[in-house]
Structures are given as C-alpha cells and as structure tokens.
Design a protein around this ligand. Structure first.
Ligand SMILES: [Fe+2]
Length: 197
C-alpha cells in the first residue's frame, strides 16, 4: 500500500478522521482503500475550492472516507444491512452498498444526516441542495485513479453544481444508450437537476 495515504495531504492525517480511516482500512481491499483515500483527498480539494465552511469540510472528508465502507462486505452481510428494494437492486446486489454503508456507520454512532446522505447517495445520486453529497459523488467518479472524467474534476473546482450535473447526466445517458435500467433515485435526482437548471 502506498505510504502517501497518511501524509499531511490526506484527510487521514486529521485526528478527527484518522480513527475512521483505520476502521475502513480493515474492512476493504488495499486497492479499494487507495481509491477511498484518493476520493477523500479530491473531495476535500473540491470542498475548499467551493468555499465550504470548516464544518462542511470535515463532514465532506468523513463521508468520503466512509463512502465505500460496505463495498467489500460478503454479499449476505451487505444484503442483511440493505435488503434490495427494487428489481434493479435485486439484479445488481452490489448496488445496495451505499445504503449498506449508511446503515453500518449509523451502527458506529454517526448521525450527521449530511454524511449519511452522502454515503448512500454516492451510488445513485443526491439532491442538488446537498453540497457535501455532490462533492463526494464527483470525487468518486473523477478521482485520478479512474482515468476518466478529468474535465468533470476540473469543472468541480469552480462550479460544483455544473460538474455534478455533467456527471449525473453522463451516467444517465450512458445507461440509456446501452439499454440498461436507470435506478428510480437516479432518475428522480436527474430530473430534479434538469428542472433546477
Ligand atoms: Fe461505491
């Protein structure tokens, strides 16, 4: 694993975040953890560039570190935390990992709704009035390790909403162009951001 993970550039170097980093690290694969830390570094940069308050900044870092906490759980454990609610979720059980992560960290005592909504929403999308969720969503799809969405990452540094709109729009168009089902939550938030434009 990269030694850069706990450097001063990482949210994991913050005393309030570090214990969660360690807990998450024990629950996911090393590759996943490296992705998670890259997401957290980028989410923090997006939050700073968009002048989030200190409190929002901390919530963004925490949500980013926790967003994939349930991603590598054994399937039975994940589904026990988040039973499928739709046909799409039954066909793609991994798609419940955002909601499973939310349930899991609630059990750890995290109750900040902004953090919980961002964790759940990183899979299917968040409302346009959820700045923390938008920052985490964008960071997840555009962190440098993905090798895609560089323009969304750059746009997010000066226009969070436009970057989120572009990320969500690209996802919906991709799914529809490939004849794949779009989750009802994604359709709802996509419609919401279209109406908000
Ligand atoms: Fe995820």
């Amino acid at each position: 694993m990269s030694d850069t993970i706990f450097t001063v550039n990482s949210p994991c170097s913050r005393p309030s975040i570090a214990p969660y980093c360690e807990r998450v690290r024990q629950m996911v694969t090393p590759r996943r953890f490296e992705h998670i830390v890259r997401v957290a570094i980028l989410a923090e940069a997006i939050a700073r560039a968009n002048e989030f308050s200190r409190d929002e900044l901390r919530a963004t870092c925490l949500a980013a570190i926790l967003h994939d906490v349930a991603r590598d759980l054994p399937p039975a454990e994940m589904l026990a935390l988040a039973p499928p609610r739709t046909e799409l979720e039954r066909e793609h059980p991994l798609s419940v990992h955002g909601r499973a992560g939310r349930r899991l960290v609630e059990q750890w005592g995290i109750s900040d709704k902004r953090v919980l909504d961002a964790i759940e929403g990183h899979v299917f999308g968040v409302s346009h009035n959820n700045r923390i969720g938008m920052a985490v969503y964008i960071a997840d799809v555009s962190e440098p390790g993905r090798g895609v969405n560089d323009e969304i990452r750059e746009l997010a540094m000066h226009n969070l909403f436009r970057a989120y709109q572009r990320a969500l729009d690209a996802k919906v168009r991709y799914l529809q162009a490939n004849g794949k089902a779009v989750h009802p939550v994604t359709l709802r938030v996509h419609q919401e951001i279209c109406d908000h434009t």
